[in-house]
Design a protein. Structure first.
Length: 276
């Protein structure tokens, strides 16, 4: 298993980094669309659709929606991000009340609708952050990575209080605090590196904390859906790593929310001090 994980990471990491930071414009949108469409294939399974032909139809519908949004100029619009914010509030309600909440979302159509407000705004968020340059896209990717590392090490060594035992028994509140501490350090380092003023720095730290917590919710949501379907991984598309959603579950929540904060909060605040 370890050997397979290393082999997969050896070709996957350079490919993803080249796509995310080497492409822009339409090429970047196409690259991230392909990632999201692979996630859509897996989400259809999480929604209870097991037949490949039907899952392919779900992917085709998502691809058409992306194409229409791109042609209409909505692929970098703010309204899908607001849709995501509302959707993640609903997701939060369902996750925190699982398994009792299952009757509210277990219908296949509702799980597909859930996938719409999870995956489509994630693609839009990617486009918006890449359009702003490389710095903020890099920041949110590092944020999720640091949150995972901080949560893992603190939770493993000091984790006692379970965060959501019925959804993901391995996660603890101590792990969440570790993730928050790690991402706070990241935000401070970024603020110093970008020479942000006090207002900009404090705003970035606050936004980072909110997005960090939301990234945990992204992880928990996928865990809830997999538990409902009684499966360990979203797929086996990435040998040794599970599926695409297993790699980007936290990002599906973090990317659109951070992009929304970037447009509505960070840009106005930071513009008062210095150019972004």
């Amino acid at each position: 298993m370890l050997k397979q994980r290393i082999i997969t990471a050896a070709w996957l990491a350079p490919l993803v980094l080249a796509g995310l930071f080497g492409l822009d414009g339409g090429a970047f949108a196409l690259f991230t669309a392909l990632i999201v469409l692979l996630g859509t294939w897996e989400w259809a399974n999480l929604a209870g659709i097991t037949r490949a032909a039907l899952r392919a139809q779900v992917v085709a519908v998502m691809a058409m929606l992306m194409l229409v949004m791109w042609l209409a100029g909505a692929a970098t619009a703010a309204w899908p991000l607001w849709l995501a914010a509302a959707g993640w509030l609903i997701n939060f309600y369902w996750v925190t009340r699982y398994p009792a909440s299952g009757q509210q979302w277990q219908a296949t159509t509702r799980r597909l609708a859930m996938g719409l407000w999870v995956l489509l705004p994630c693609w839009v968020g990617f486009n918006i952050l890449r359009e702003s340059g490389i710095a903020w896209l890099l920041f949110v990717l590092l944020l999720v990575w640091c949150a995972d590392i901080g949560a893992y090490f603190v939770g493993r060594n000091w984790g006692k209080r379970k965060l959501a035992p019925r959804v993901s028994p391995g996660k603890s509140w101590e792990g969440v605090y570790g993730g928050l501490a790690t991402t706070a350090l990241l935000a401070i380092a970024f603020a110093v590196g970008l020479s942000l003023d006090i207002a900009g720095s404090l705003t970035l730290v606050l936004v980072t904390a909110i997005v960090t917590l939301t990234s945990v919710l992204g992880d928990l949501l996928e865990s809830m859906l997999k538990r409902h379907r009684n499966i360990k991984d979203s797929s086996q598309l990435l040998p040794g790593h599970g599926g695409v959603l297993d790699r980007i579950d936290s990002l599906t929540a973090a990317i659109p929310l951070f992009a929304l904060f970037y447009l509505e909060v960070l840009v106005p605040v930071l513009a008062q001090g210095q150019p972004l």
